[in-house]
Design a protein around this ligand. Structure first.
Ligand SMILES: Cc1ncc(COP(=O)(O)O)c(C=O)c1O
Length: 402
């Protein structure tokens, strides 16, 4: 322990300030798309639409076609929206909350609730909480959703309206759901309630940096089960081009599609069609996007390798960690309830981590054990020191907890 404390003290003396809190692209990744900023755009788009004027509330056709190509969805059921998939998700949830699918809005029900895959994404929880939807957790497992836990929660809690998850490179624990898992999830939830909505946040759909298990596209699986209105699949270019400056997509069934159109009409006349056309010009098609994503992978992969190497220095009895093949996060699972302590110790040495608990609804990690590490935003040198701090903090917190 003395040696650990001595090394930790030395790091503290360095007055470091390193931010590992959010999954943001590094500036080198953003540079890959710099030519977007100088792309000339012809004023008239496909279908003769004047891109400089109002119109096309669900996106220009060329952008919707690109979205449908990536999602493997029907273009007529695909929206190309603004720069945030999170915005499209909130618009759909608002529609279900205020108006409902068949004039049965959630707001009129007693304690409408949602199931959330855990560990999960704090912004999802914030939106659901903001809409007063009670949240219950469902565990993940290596093949995706723990379906026994899902069934248990469906039987225990009344009025569950939907489920939210990240089906590829899950944020933060990296699971890639199997086809069987998704099919069973759809069957179980549809049987539970014909209007059940599964929100699949495909933020990391094309973000592999190592070989990753293939998945049949969710719209295809859902269509084969006549369950298109039981899914809403989202993705965006936030981590393809510019964080918060890309373009977002949603596909779902006809009823949900009409509902989100209705909500969007209440708040936005149309998306920024010039930005949409720039993205289409720059990214062109799925094949080209996959090539573009390989450049991201080359920049990201060494960072994940470094995190892996450093975390391997933590003995197994203190904690274990994920080895994702894509996405933006590594998750550390402490064996003892020390996540908050690790965050506090790291902060003392100048390392900012995502707050403990943030991967659970209401910030409530029942075991105080899960920590999310987001290694992409900083340089390798900084990451090296950041992980030194983390590894020491985990060991010290563990020993102090005994
Ligand atoms: C799972 C997940 N969904 C959505 C987002 C945000 O996506 P967007 O910028 O398209 O709103 C993120 C960003 O970190 C994310 O991790």
């Amino acid at each position: 322990m003395e040696n650990l404390l001595k090394s930790f003290e030395e790091l503290k003396q360095r007055n470091l300030r390193i931010d590992l809190t959010r999954g943001k692209p590094h500036s080198e990744q953003l540079d890959l798309s710099n030519s977007l900023m100088t792309q000339a755009v012809e004023p008239i788009g496909e279908n003769g639409i004047d891109l400089r004027n109002y119109g096309e509330p669900v996106g220009i056709i060329e952008a919707r076609k690109l979205g449908a190509e990536i999602l493997d969805s029907n273009v007529n059921l695909t929206i190309a929206g603004e720069q945030s998939s999170y915005l499209l998700m909130t618009q759909l949830l608002l529609g279900r909350y205020l108006f409902g699918l068949d004039d049965n809005p959630w707001k009129d029900e007693e304690e409408p609730a949602f199931l959330c895959a855990v560990p999960g994404f704090d912004r999802h929880f914030a939106t659901l909480e903001g809409l007063n939807l009670k949240m219950h957790t469902v565990d993940l497992c290596p093949s995706g959703v723990n379906l026994d836990d899902l069934k248990d929660k469906l039987s225990k809690h009344p009025n569950i309206k939907g489920f939210i998850c990240v089906p590829r490179h899950s944020n933060p624990s990296g699971e890639v759901f199997s086809d069987e898992n998704i099919i069973d999830l759809l069957k179980i939830t549809k049987a539970h309630d014909p209007n059940f909505i599964n929100l699949f946040d495909h933020a990391y759909l094309i973000h592999d940096f190592d070989e990753t298990q293939t998945q049949t596209p969710i719209p295809i699986l859902a269509d084969s089960l006549s369950a298109l209105d039981n899914v809403a699949v989202f993705t965006s270019f936030s981590k393809v081009t510019f964080g918060g400056g890309g373009m977002a997509f949603l596909t779902t069934g006809e009823k949900n599609f009409k509902l989100i159109e209705r909500v969007r009409n209440m708040m936005v006349i149309c998306p920024d069609k010039i930005n949409q056309r720039r993205h289409v010009n720059f990214l062109k098609n799925k094949m080209n996007i996959i090539e573009h994503m390989k450049k991201h992978a080359r920049l990201i992969k060494p960072k994940f390798d470094l995190v892996n190497k450093k975390l391997s220095n933590i003995p197994n009895e203190i904690g274990e960690f994920t080895k994702p093949t894509g996405g933006y996060f590594v998750t550390f699972y402490a064996k003892r309830p020390i996540a908050k302590k690790i965050v506090a110790l790291s902060a003392e040495a100048g390392l900012m981590l995502t707050p403990a608990g943030s991967t659970y609804p209401y910030g409530n990690d029942p075991n105080d054990s899960v920590l999310r590490i987001a290694p992409t935003y900083i340089n390798l040198d900084e990451l090296d020191i950041a992980m030194e701090i983390f590894v020491l903090a985990a060991q010290i917190a563990h020993l102090q907890s005994l």
